[in-house]
Each structure stands twice: as structure tokens, then as C-alpha cells.
Design a protein around this ligand. Sequence first.
Ligand SMILES: [Zn+2]
Ligand SMILES: [Zn+2]
Ligand SMILES: [Zn+2]
Length: 569
Amino acid sequence: MPQSDWPPEVLDGTAGLLPGPLSRDGYPGPGRAATPRGSAPRGAEPAVPVRVGELLPGVCRELVARAADPDRYDRWSRLVASTGNCAQPVRLTGTVHRVDGSTGEVRSSYDTAAEPDGVLLVACRNRRASVCPPCSETYRADTYQLIAAGLRGGKGTPPTVAAHPRVFLTLTAPSFGVVHTIRTDPASGRPRRCHERREAGFCPHGRRTSCSRRHPADDPDLGTPLCGDCYDYTGAVLFNALAPELWRRLCIYLRRDLARASGLTVAEFNARVRLRFAKVAEAQRRGLVHLHAVLRLDAATPDADGQTAVPPPGFDAALLIQAVHAAAGRVRVDVDAGNGLRRSLSWGQQLDVRPLAGSVPVLDQNPAAAGGEAPQAPDESAVAAYLAKYVTKATDHVGLAPRRLTVETVAELDPARHLHRMALTGWQLGARTELAELRLRRWAHMLGFRGHVATRSRAYSTTLGALRAARAAWRQDTSGGLLDNTHRPVDPSDVDLEQPSGADAASDPAGEPSVLLVSAWRFAGSGHRTTGDAVLAASAAASARERREAIRLDRWWTRYLDEQKASLR
Ligand SMILES: [Zn+2]
Ligand SMILES: [Zn+2]
Ligand SMILES: [Zn+2]
């Protein structure tokens, strides 16, 4: 099967990005997407309905051409809807045959030749809001469901997990040099000067070591070093690259500490308790990764029903919080790349660990993080929403294009700009054989960070795949027969971008084990074919969002009225 037809950017999940020049802010310029004739360049603008009067004549022509045949238009708009109104859909041509495995008889066939424009549209599934707002919204919502299910149950996880010890923690990066920052006076809440010093000195590069400005929140200098030549770019990039390893070691230390605190060996602990987590990486303005995570303690063996069970007594949130503080302070990763390039990396001093509402109430044991205030116990929804928020941002706001650097694009980086210099440092370090396994050239555009933005331990809760499958089944039910007619046996969202072609008995929607789906797909392009199509899809996305809002408001209102009625009884 022609797997090689798939361009690497599709297989990497960065579909929708065609090569184009970098603009001044580091994002791809107007050349990023195929710009149709006579149309305005389009990127991934937020989905806002556009008034016809604001459209260029060329785009109007495209709209009219699309709507000219009501049947074809209806089919096209259903295809777009089935991608969740994706802004950068992958266009595929190909066929799917349902073949009887025992006789080899072709039972039915689907060919994209019969579709409008002869293509099937597949959602890009990009998690970045700057690339595709609708797909990133789907990704965010799925991540929310996944994290919330691990905290309060649902989607196959028992609701009893809400009674398990659960904590929410934020691990920060250490300092690699003084950066411009916003400081507030903890007493008055008023903004303080950035880095004021009585005896204002100069660094060896002749730059001031103090900054008496009060930076506004949108100051582009925020997060940039006072002196770029004093700043430890090597350390910063290596920290990002090794943050996943720091996390792995933290978990090992945590198990050890929890075992020791309860008088058990690690083996005895592992036989009784499981440490489960979900975590999300967030790129700070200074280009360093922070990790936000929820930790949960479960019993090592499931209950009689095969469900996740409460850990043995004694393993509570207080113990977990204590262990996190002890372990996070000790974790180190040493790197020695020769030539005096040596770093000992650890988590930053700022560590925030809180129990989740519903856990055993404990006091935050880190007075520095709590800032002297009473510790707050955030609830599950707030934490899930907080974590899910980051997955669509990742490094979007750091000012680098979300794609791998090449010899050409590296040359366009400006070493005077902080984040560009980080990427450049990653690229340069990537040439060192001692650091080969960090594959820093591959991840230089992520400033060295090579982990997944969101990860979770096994058995934390459901999976993104399961949520997608549930949605596909729901669409099949609500698509008015579109997705289950015999002429079209696949749901576009079932076309797995990692496994684009081939026979797969498991994917047969009819569930007949003897029937194979034999498919052959060819990449026909990414993004909408014309700006007119993109405008229509963005309008549909905006309407869908409004409908969702209306449903949410309606649910809230119903619940409110029910509560009022109940209180009057
Ligand atoms: Zn998309
Ligand atoms: Zn400053
Ligand atoms: Zn300096």
C-alpha cells in the first residue's frame, strides 16, 4: 500500500503547514498556505463569520461557485462538518473496499471520485490554536475530559477515584540568568521595579545588571535576559531537553520516598500502591518548560469488579505532598558533553503542590509557594480546565514557527532575539556527538523540549483514541446517515493519520470479523482548496461554536432553575 505517498508533515501531525518564509515574528508569512488566485492570503484566523461585503470579488466568485449546485454543496458542507469544520483539512483521494476475508469477494466500494472536488476531507487534528482553531478546541476538550475523568471518574473510570489521594503540582525551571520580569509587592499588590539594585553595576559585557522599569504585561522584553551573553543558553536548552527525564526520575524518587515514609521496601510499596498521573508541559515566556500535573494514588490491585481501588490506609494526600517536596528538591540530571560543557540540572526552587478538593485536607507545606496565604484546594473541573488550556498553546506563543528547523530556516534566526537564540543554541548543541541521543536538531524549534505536551501514566483514565472513537460513533448517529451509507463505509475521522493505508479488520464499522477494509489513500493537498471554501468552513465553525455555547447556557439555566425549585420545596 502506498504509505510513502504521505508527506512527512502529515505523518508528524503538523499537517496544514506548507513551507513558506518566516515572517518577522517568526511565524510563517503569507506564503504558508497555498494562496488561491485573486484571493487574500489566509492563515488560521479565528473562526469569525465574515460579511459578504468584506470579501474580495475573487472570494465571492469562489463562494458562488461552491454554492451553485445545491446537492454538491450539501455534500461538501457535510464533509466539512464531519471534520469538525477543520481550518486546514487534509485532502485525500482514494478508495476503500469491503472485502470478504474468506472468499475475497468485494462487498462494497467507496471512491472519492464521487465526492465534490474528488476528495475526502480529513481533520488536521492539529492541537495548536494558531494552526487550526476547531481542531485545537477538540483537542483541548478531549484533554479536559481525559484529565477530569481521572480525577472524578467517568469514561470508564469509577467515580470512587474522587476519594483517592490526589494532588495538583507545578514544577518550574531553575534560573539560567536574570530576565526582565513583572514583580508585585505581596503586601500592597502594586507593581515593583524589575531588578532594582542599589549599586548599579555592569556585567563583563558592559550591560547593566539592574533594571528599574515596571514592565507592562505586553512588554516584548519580558522573559528576555538582561544580558544575552551572560545568560546560560546551553543550560536552558538542556533543561528543556531533559525535563522529561527529570520527571521520570521524580516519579522514581517519589515511589522510594513514599515507601520509606511508610516503612516499606520499594518492592513492597509497588505491590500495594500505584502512583498515577497526567501532566501537561507549558512553555514560559522565557522559553523554559514548566510541568503541571495531577498525581493520584491507587491500590496496586483492582477491586473485585476490576475497577481502580483506593490505596491502603496511610497513603494519603499529606504523605504524597511531603514526598513531592522531598523528591523534587533532590532530583538531578547530570550532563557531560566534554570540552567543559557540563551541567547539573534540577527543578526550580518554586514548587507548588496542593491537595485537590475532596482529598484528605492538608496544609500546603511549602510556605514560599503559598505566599503565606491559606492554601486553596482547587476542584477537579478547575484543574482539568487549567491543564487542558496548555495543550493547545504549547510553544505557540514563543514566537517560533511550529515546525522543524532546516539549514535554511536556521539561517533566518536572529541571535539578538532571546527565543531565536535558544533555538539556535539547540541547533548548535545538536551537532555534538555526546548529546546525539537528545536529538536537539530535531527539537530545536521546540527550544529543546522533546517530550509530548500532554502525557499520562497507564490506567490514569481513558485515552484520546477512545474519546475520538466515541465521537466518531456519535457523529455516525447524528450525521443523518452520511457516515453509514454503503457507498461510504468510513468516517473521515477514522482515517488514522499514522496508519493511512492498508487492510484492517478491526476498523470495519460493521464489526464482521471476516470483512476486511482494504484502503488506498493518496495525499491530494492540505488546507481548503480556495479561500471561499475556507471562509465557509470558518463560518460553519463559528455557528457550531455558538450552538455549543447555547446548549451550555441552556444546561446551566436548567440546572439553576432546578436548584431554585429544590430550595423552595
Ligand atoms: Zn484542523
Ligand atoms: Zn526589566
Ligand atoms: Zn553580560
